[in-house]
Design a protein around this ligand. Structure first.
Ligand code: ATP
Ligand code: MG
Length: 429
């Protein structure tokens, strides 16, 4: 005897997008692809699963992601340590090195899709979420850093988002960070008493991250800590200046945030985040920066690079607050019919309408006209096409406008010959 089946639920922090909600996703994806194409970015698709050590190396051992957020497991079939990607950059860099696409010419690439982090689920923070990830591989200058930021500002404008602001910082070069780090560790040692457990643990391994704390008790300490920015040399400052000039050229405002360090180990020089006040605690919708050391760190020939990632759930949340959302219609034309024979005629006509580019649903099964019209209304269709006994006998079809008023000069409901249906609806719907 079969056991009764215990209902399965989705995994905590992982969400379904249902048909009524998917239109906004598809619309955003469409807008994003057009936006990226306008700047010469091409799609790259890498696997969701990678070897764990790609991320431990690429993101850094002492980071939130690697310390506590990765979905890692042993592949029981061959004993390999694998991880569901928690971000795109490491995988894209691996693919670029492995396939040797980096060295003839630089590459502008993007990816869009799910990433996985074991975090505490809340608004704007999920365990499977989606990113739009954009990487410019092989570019060294501040021109491209600025271009990425200008590009993002265009996306916000296209999406009608006014309330997003830019925060900017420079993390300099490795040598400058080392000098700052020494000063910072000395400072943290003086303030040991107020460091929380995580900060005490990280003060020697990743002291910069200590400053990124969200612990209110440590804010003042973090505010007064030695600033990396004050350790930057002429070259780093010139790069930063190059970015800032170009943002000024484009009329893009920003706040300098010397405490902006980003969560991942691999950043240098320019780092930035776009934030909004409209999403509560999870207000960062995009983060990015330069990572000139990562390609070499992952075994490639040294090459500079810069990129960013947008959180799609947060972006959609923000878009919906700005504009509201409407479910997309299921079709443009809904066909109702009264007999088995009428259903077959309707099915044939529907194929012709689809040939003409219209989206059509033929009512499935048999039910009364009233119930069929209810379904037609609920489908969001613009018109219903009616095939009753009379229409069938006379080779005609009824056309009824469902949503708005019929276009000027046309009846709300009328009867037309079946062989005129395609031409009439193509013009009108
Ligand atoms: P946070 O400080 O909010 O944890 P992060 O620095 O970990 O963000 P990134 O690794 O920079 O985030 O990822 C880029 C973007 O992805 C973020 O700016 C955010 O919009 C989004 N994001 C990050 N984590 C999540 C999550 N758990 N759920 C939904 N979106 C997320
Ligand atoms: Mg995080």
């Amino acid at each position: 005897m079969t056991q009764p089946f215990k209902k399965v639920h989705a995994i905590t922090g992982m969400k379904d997008v249902l048909p009524d909600g998917s239109a906004s996703w598809e619309q955003l994806e469409h807008t994003v692809r057009q936006w990226l194409a306008a700047y010469g970015y091409r799609n790259i698709r890498t696997p969701v699963l990678e070897h764990t050590r790609l991320f431990t190396r690429g993101i850094g051992e002492v980071t939130d992601i690697v310390e506590k957020e990765m979905y890692s497991f042993t592949d029981a079939l061959n004993d390999e340590q694998l991880t569901m990607r928690p971000e795109f950059t490491a995988g894209i860099v691996r693919a670029a090195i492995e396939n040797n696409i980096l060295y003839d010419r630089p590459q502008r690439v993007y990816a869009m899709g799910p990433v996985f982090r074991h975090e505490k689920p809340q608004r704007g923070r999920y365990r499977q979420f989606h990113q739009i990830d954009v990487e410019a591989l092989g570019f060294a200058g501040p021109d491209i850093d600025a271009e990425l930021i200008v590009m993002l500002s265009r996306l916000w404008k296209t999406l009608g988002l006014a309330d997003v602001r830019l925060e900017l910082n420079s993390l300099g070069h490795a040598g400058e960070r080392a000098a700052h780090r020494e000063a910072l560790v000395a400072y943290l040692e003086q303030h040991k008493a107020i460091l929380d457990e995580e900060a005490s643990r990280r003060m020697y391994t990743n002291p910069l991250r200590v400053l990124d704390t969200k612990n209110p008790a440590m804010q003042e300490m973090a505010d007064n800590a030695p600033r990396l920015f004050d350790f930057l040399g002429a070259e780093s400052l010139a790069h930063f200046d190059g970015v800032r000039k170009r943002l000024d050229d484009a009329g893009i405002g920003y706040t300098l945030n010397p405490r902006l360090v980003r969560g991942l180990d691999y950043y240098n020089l320019t780092v930035f985040e776009w934030v909004t006040d409209q999403l509560g605690a999870q207000g960062t919708i995009c983060g990015g920066g330069r990572y000139d050391g990562l390609i070499e760190l992952l075994g490639g020939k040294s090459a500079p690079a810069v990129g960013f990632a947008i959180g799609m759930e947060r972006l959609l949340d923000l878009c919906q607050q700005s504009a509201g959302s409407a479910a997309a219609p299921e079709c443009q034309v809904y066909m109702v019919h009264q007999s088995d024979e009428a259903q077959r005629v309707a099915a044939g006509l529907a194929e012709k309408l689809r040939d003409a580019g219209l989206a059509v649903i033929v009512h499935a099964g048999s039910s009364g006209f009233k119930s069929q019209f209810k379904k037609a209304d609920a489908s969001g269709a613009t018109v219903a096409v009616i095939l009753g006994a009379d229409e069938l006998a006379s080779g005609k079809a009824g056309v009824k406008w469902l949503r708005e008023q019929a276009p000027e000069g046309q009846a709300q409901q009328e009867t037309i010959p079946q062989d005129r249906l395609v031409i009439e609806l193509k013009q009108r719907v």
